[in-house]
Design a protein around this ligand. Structure first.
Ligand code: MG
Length: 242
């Protein structure tokens, strides 16, 4: 048997190499395992069992006024609430990456035209508005109609139902984030209006526009529903953190 110091050093190095290789293989195996993790089983609902219900018609306990006071929109007793001139409302909880479901209806009785007709809005992080408007046979500027990323991007199609009818938004939102170099990495909006794709992975850059002021990168913010002075109704609002 070779017991020379040089041979022993070689044997130790070989052993170390073996242990390191094994550890690397195990880490790689663990990483693969993570990717192959069995998806969590949920009840799809609606609402899905892993959603946070923000409004189910019973109360406004998840909401507050823009100034942090009690939210005072009118509960109609049929599972919905109505904008009543008491100001926009915002969630007490803050959200970042989300899937959001909102049902809304503009007044059945048509009054005004353009932006005066059934105007409200769903603001992600209190900043970026998906416009709520009665856009059924109601012309306005292209990036201000229902489903527009307000003043930023028009919807792909106008999938509006008639005034007074319930409509849905399903919104997948990712906020802009700070990149490793400190520069903003754009987030995105994907929106379905009444089940129809209207915003297809539109970048949310955080750039300043008149309606969506860039206020710095923030990981989270409240969801806001706009009081624009028109009696728009809302019901069945839930959100899933992504
Ligand atoms: Mg609006």
């Amino acid at each position: 048997m070779n017991n020379s110091p040089a041979f022993n050093r070689c044997a130790k190095l070989a052993a170390l190499f073996c242990v390191a290789s094994l550890a690397t293989a195990l880490i790689g195996f663990a990483a693969d395992k993570k990717e192959e993790k069995e998806p969590t089983v949920i009840d799809p609902g609606p609402p899905p069992s892993d959603a946070i219900v923000l409004f189910d018609g019973k109360d406004l306990s998840k909401w507050q006024s823009a100034k942090g006071a009690e939210a005072k929109w009118k509960l109609l007793g049929d599972g919905s609430m109505e904008v009543n001139g008491t100001g926009s409302i915002m969630t007490k909880e803050e959200f970042g990456d989300v899937q959001l479901h909102v049902e809304w209806a503009t007044p059945k009785e048509v009054k005004g035209h353009g932006q005066e007709r059934g105007n409200s809005g769903v603001y992600l992080q209190g900043r970026y508005e998906i416009q709520v408007l009665d856009s059924f046979e109601n012309k306005t500027y292209f990036n201000g109609q229902a489903g527009a990323f307000y003043e930023h991007n028009a919807p792909l199609v106008n999938a509006s139902r008639k005034p007074g009818e319930w409509q849905t938004y399903d919104i997948i939102y990712h906020p802009p984030k700070a990149g490793a170099d400190g520069k903003p990495v754009p987030g995105s909006f994907t929106v379905l209006h009444n089940g129809v794709l209207i915003q297809d992975h539109i970048p949310v850059t955080g750039d300043a526009t008149r309606a969506a002021n860039f206020q710095g990168i923030a990981p989270k913010g409240s969801l806001v529903l706009q009081d624009h002075g028109n009696p728009v109704r809302y019901r069945n609002i839930w959100v899933r953190r992504l």
